[in-house]
Design a protein around this ligand. Structure first.
Ligand code: NFS
Length: 678
């Protein structure tokens, strides 16, 4: 071995220290165990494979067979005119904008196809073609029906207004909702839920999406060789597709899921790999669509299943969630969170998982290889998402036979319990949490009146106890210290009296770190936010659900605008968005619908636009003049949070409520003095 080789090996060893890869102790322990067992995980691959330097700049075009054309920024920067061009003449700006647009398209497609699946099941339920899904939350059905143009009253015999039959309403909502995907002209109807000035702005700019599928397809057309060669025009199409996601596909998914499975309200649960139980049949549900997981939750609770588990020597059945499915079944059933995106392979490394059941999205192909080292069965369930590598079982999940399919899956897991052959090692770590903050639940909790309202929240923002609102969401990314970005951003925000709304993998991180409890307010929050949390009895970080449930954040922001006193539009609010550890294309679609809804949105790690400074400037600065919100990228999580806070302060100043906050802080200091004197 040459000295160079030794150096390389030492470096790899050093980088392999699990504490350099994650701040989560359970994850550190499992990385160490995977290394001891010589099982490769994403944490190892992130060391050995470096990202492509041109790809990260966003300036590699492979949209035709004359390329890939690679246009990195010259080391010395650009002096004078930028002469970089692809074979067809595409500039770095065009290439980066096209790549960005394709990410929006893929992200919007993923969320929206999820929504379509929900709408189809909803239609089957409304038509009574399935016994397994029912219209459960009729209150929410009646609330959303008018947004789809569905009447909830009919004229009675004497001309009086009477309630319309609920099944009829459900059927019409199902048909109207599903029609939003294939609609060719007009507008997606749920866009009108936005504050009026926002909707009018979109209309004026001509970016109101016509139909969900149409806007996604148009991105694919425009980014084909030789079509749209104007980054501003491309960005405009990104806006249509992203709005069709956030205010369309995702929002409709959330609505219909709530109607089918119940609108979430606060409940207790726990998080981290420590929720697995050595003496139980452990089933991990991983992926995104609650259609499947809801049925598995019900199947696992059946006394006959529990008995069957006991007959195999287990004490019972333990379910745990990974990724956004985890959030869905946590929000409605309190099923504990096993972990977030980067913990999926490691859950299997515990040796305690009988089955990992997956549907779609954020499922790493390598779970099949890790499972091959254990008795764990990987069960794929969706025709859209199979795994070729490793030994996997496919049990296709059909909405018409859903419960029977779920029972088969649970049975497979139970049958697998006696096959554990390796030692089991379950980390001790798990934290208590409270989740279930739909925007309706926030309304109720903060309002506390008959109808509930956001007015008390607005009052506390206006009087300065709460400085502003931070929406912190999104993935994990193996290129950055796992969970550290999430925690640093969230802790800095709440320390500075910014209340945090969370979803996705960020929510799971916060749950693991104990930030989703009311008690954490006294430890981590600034005095103003701590006081509000204590009075109302809520955590400073409110778990609102999965990634499609970012639509709940949009609705919460809309409710805050409507409650009054904080301007007329989302862009007037002292609020900012963040995805500190993002990695998926869905995150880009989410980021873009937040930006174009008027929110200053900061991403961590990197954004693939750095090689195209003009397009980058357009996203980071010029969009603010158009939409009142803009993109930003700050890799350092502390600086990231500080920029959000600076933006919140800028908005407070514009609203003329900056002085109020100074008074509150003075009050607190004075109170402190009095307490000290006493
Ligand atoms: Ni959303 Fe990211 Fe995946 Fe959920 Fe987690 S990785 S964009 S947070 S699980 S979708």
């Amino acid at each position: 071995m040459t000295s160079e080789d030794v150096k390389k090996k030492d470096k790899a060893k050093k980088a392999a220290d699990p504490r350099d890869l994650t701040v989560d102790v359970a994850t550190q322990d499992m990385i160490a165990r995977s290394r001891d067992m010589e099982i490769e995980t994403i944490f190892d691959r992130a060391q050995t494979m470096k990202p492509c330097n041109i790809g990260v700049q966003g300036t590699c075009c492979k949209n035709c067979a004359q390329g890939p054309c690679r246009l990195p920024l010259p080391k010395s920067g650009i002096e004078g005119e930028d002469t970089r061009k692809g074979l067809c003449g595409a500039t770095a700006e065009t290439i980066a904008a096209r790549n960005f647009a394709r990410m929006v398209a893929a992200g919007a497609a993923a969320h929206s196809d999820h929504g379509r699946g929900v709408a189809e099941t909803f239609l089957a339920a409304a038509r009574k073609e399935t016994e397994d899904y029912k219209i459960r939350d009729t209150k929410k059905l009646l609330e959303v029906a008018p947004d789809f143009g569905v009447e909830i009253f009919v004229e009675g015999e004497n001309g009086e207004q009477v309630d319309r039959d609920i099944d009829e309403i459900a059927l019409e909502v199902a048909e109207k909702a599903l029609a939003q995907w294939g609609q060719q002209e007009g507008e997606i109807c749920t866009l009108k839920r936005a504050p009026e000035p926002r909707y009018e702005l979109w209309k004026k700019l001509g970016v109101v999406p016509r139909g969900i599928d149409r806007e996604i397809v148009e991105i694919m057309h425009r980014t084909h060789i030789g079509v749209d060669q104007d980054y501003e025009n491309l960005t405009e199409q990104c806006t249509r597709a992203a709005l069709a996601d956030g205010w369309g596909g995702s929002m409709i998914a959330t609505d219909l899921q709530d109607i089918l499975f119940g609108c979430p309200y606060p409940l207790k649960s726990s998080a981290n790999l420590g929720i697995l139980k050595e003496d139980h049949v452990n089933i991990i549900i991983h992926g995104h669509e609650p259609l499947l997981s809801e049925m598995i939750v019900q199947a696992a609770e059946l006394p006959e299943m529990v008995e069957m588990a006991k007959s195999k020597g287990a004490k019972g059945i333990q379910l745990g969630g990974i990724c956004c499915t985890a959030n869905e079944i946590l929000m409605r059933h309190g099923v504990p969170l096993a972990g977030n995106f980067l913990q999926q392979e490691l859950a299997i490394v515990t040796g305690a998982v009988e089955a990992m059941v997956v549907d779609v999205q954020c499922i790493m192909e390598n779970i099949a290889n890790v499972a091959d080292c254990f008795h764990t069965k990987i069960i794929t369930t969706n025709p859209r998402a199979k795994i070729a590598s490793g030994h996997t079982t496919h049990i296709e999940f059909d909405e018409h036979t859903a419960f029977a399919d779920a029972k088969r899956i649970v049975q497979e897991a139970i049958d697998n319990f006696p096959n554990r052959e390796k030692d089991v090692m379950i980390p001790n770590q798990k934290s208590e949490l409270i989740a279930g903050f739909s925007y309706e639940a926030i309304n109720y909790h903060l309002g506390g009146t008959f109808r509930g309202s956001y007015t008390p929240l607005n009052d506390n923002i206006i009087n300065g106890r709460i400085r502003g609102i931070g929406g912190v969401v999104g993935c994990n990314n193996a290129r950055t210290l796992h969970d550290d970005g999430h925690l640093t951003v969230v802790k800095e925000l709440i320390k500075n009296d910014v209340i945090v709304l969370t979803t996705g993998c960020n929510a799971i991180t916060c749950g693991k770190a104990g930030l989703l409890t009311p008690e954490s307010a006294a430890v981590y929050c600034g005095p103003g936010l701590a006081e509000v949390c204590e009075t109302v009895g809520i955590p400073p970080v409110l778990h609102m659900g999965s990634c499609v449930d970012n639509s709940r954040i949009l609705m919460a922001a809309t409710e805050v605008v409507k409650a009054g006193g904080l301007g007329n539009d989302i862009s007037d609010l002292p609020a900012a968005g963040s995805a500190p550890e993002w990695m998926s294309e869905k995150a880009i679609s989410i980021g873009h619908y937040f930006v174009t809804s008027g929110v200053y949105t900061v991403f961590g790690v990197t954004l693939p636009v750095g090689g195209a400074p003009v397009f980058e400037n357009y996203l980071y600065n010029e969009l603010e003049e158009i939409y009142g919100g803009m993109w930003d990228m700050v890799a350092d999580p502390y600086e990231h949070a500080r920029k959000m806070i600076a933006h919140i302060d800028k908005k407070r100043k514009a609203l003329g409520i900056d002085k109020a906050r100074e008074r509150v802080l003075l009050d607190m200091a004075d109170r402190q003095k009095l307490e000290d004197a006493a």
